[in-house]
Design a protein around this ligand. Structure first.
Ligand code: CTP
Length: 395
């Protein structure tokens, strides 16, 4: 997702410097070009060789390295970078950057960077809370820096408080938010539903389905990466709430109906990717259902069709998209749902094709609108999400 992007990673002298290796590795896995510049102090904690092995690029430590011409090098790296990130960022380097001190390769290069700049502070809690440091952070914000909040926890010095370097995955999420996609959905409000719902039979048991929520989470995440303001209404899943998305957890279809309909009026697009349980027990038993009672018959009723309700109460200009999970007559049934539920698009999702369906990271779908039918080949759920959003935007 970061293919073709160049990231300048600045590493400074904090014990958290070792975590920068994990960040460099994550960036490489996302196919970014990574150039690392370390301060001399950082090189006390982790060796340049580690970064050279991970990035395939020379790791620069000192301005006065004699093996290359530094004046050219620092400007060249600054020009190439699509984003500069300092992780970990010490109080010392943040202070220098806030006041324009450029006395080593890292600070000199950052002075020459016009690209977006991000810092992930890491230090002792007392240092972080020091008003001088706080003033410097404020100054950096005014100069356009993005500053991540340090994590709270037990620090290397034994103190407990704010100062932990944010985890590499979180830093990656910030970088992707900045660079991964063009912001074609800026200014749009998008609501996505995901996951299964659980319909209680008694305090212990429930009816549900095999949905993992992966497709809906991919949609929410990609919509946010494309600049939309995203609300994710999610049934119970094992997935981590995506960054830069407002996640509303729900359990039963009734709660999902409530959560969606109270937010639906202000949405430009609504995408129902949730596998809402079709039935719920007419009455939830107060007692646990006795296993021994084999003659027990459950009275079931249909859950409210959220999508149908949304179709019947559509706001002017609002786009509504549903999913159709079918085992047979996929396209015909999907087209029927498109018409019956007054949708602008339906994503037909076969449960029979290899690489498609609930659990995996890939999907095979056909996008159906009133005018066309667009079969997509096997691709990751994230790529499917990008296609769905692009198609909706073009309508
Ligand atoms: N859906 C919904 N509320 C329900 C059931 C489904 O909003 N109570 C939505 C799903 O999120 C999906 C679309 O409707 O986007 C189609 O869901 P699906 O289960 O395939 O279709 P149903 O309309 O429930 O019909 P059937 O199960 O009979 O195929």
């Amino acid at each position: 997702m970061l293919k073709g992007k160049t990231i300048l990673l600045g590493v400074t002298g904090s014990i958290a410097a070792y975590k920068a290796a994990a960040l460099a590795s994550l960036l490489k896995k996302r196919q970014a070009r990574v150039h690392v510049i370390m301060t001399k102090n950082a090189a006390q904690f982790i060796t340049p060789l580690t970064f050279e092995e991970l990035t395939g690029n020379r790791c620069v430590v000192d301005t006065f390295d004699r093996n290359f011409t530094y004046q050219v090098e620092h400007v060249a790296l600054a020009k190439q970078a699509d984003l500069a990130v300092i992780a970990p960022a010490t109080a010392n380097v943040l202070g220098k950057l806030a006041w324009g001190i450029a006395d080593d390769m890292l600070t000199t290069t950052l002075m020459a960077c016009r690209c977006p700049k991000l810092a992930a502070p890491a230090m002792n809690t007392a240092m972080y809370e020091n008003p001088v440091l706080q003033d410097n952070l404020q100054r950096l914000k005014e100069y356009g820096w993005q500053l991540m909040e340090p994590g709270v926890g037990r620090l290397a010095c034994g103190d407990v408080g704010a100062g932990k370097m944010p985890e590499p995955e979180e830093i990656l999420a910030y970088i992707e938010q900045e660079l991964a996609y063009e912001k074609t959905l800026a200014g749009k409000n998008i609501l996505v539903t995901a996951g299964p719902t659980q319909e209680a039979l008694d305090p212990v048991r429930y009816i549900t389905n095999h949905s993992t929520g992966k497709m809906g989470y991919a949609l929410a995440r990609v919509a946010a990466l494309k600049g939309a303001r995203v609300t994710l209404v999610s049934g119970p899943t094992a997935l981590k709430a995506p960054e830069f998305v407002e996640t509303v957890p729900v359990t039963a279809a009734r709660e999902m109906f409530q959560a969606v309909t109270e937010r639906s009026a202000r949405q430009d697009m609504i995408i129902m990717a949730a596998a809402v349980a079709d039935y719920r027990p007419r009455q939830v038993s107060d007692e646990k259902i006795k296993k021994k009672d084999s003659s027990l018959e459950l009275a079931l009723e249909k859950t409210d069709d959220i999508l149908k309700y949304l179709g019947e109460h559509k706001q002017p200009g609002q786009l509504l998209c549903g999913f159709a999970m079918e085992t047979q007559n996929l396209l015909r049934n999907a087209r029927e749902k498109l018409v019956n539920k007054h949708l602008d698009m339906i994503v037909a999702n076969s449960l029979k094709v290899a690489g498609a369906g609930f659990a995996g990271d890939t999907n095979v779908v056909t996008l159906i609108t009133n005018r066309e039918e667009l079969p997509l080949e096997l691709m990751t759920k994230e790529e499917v999400a990008a296609h769905i959003l692009d198609k909706l935007l073009s309508m």
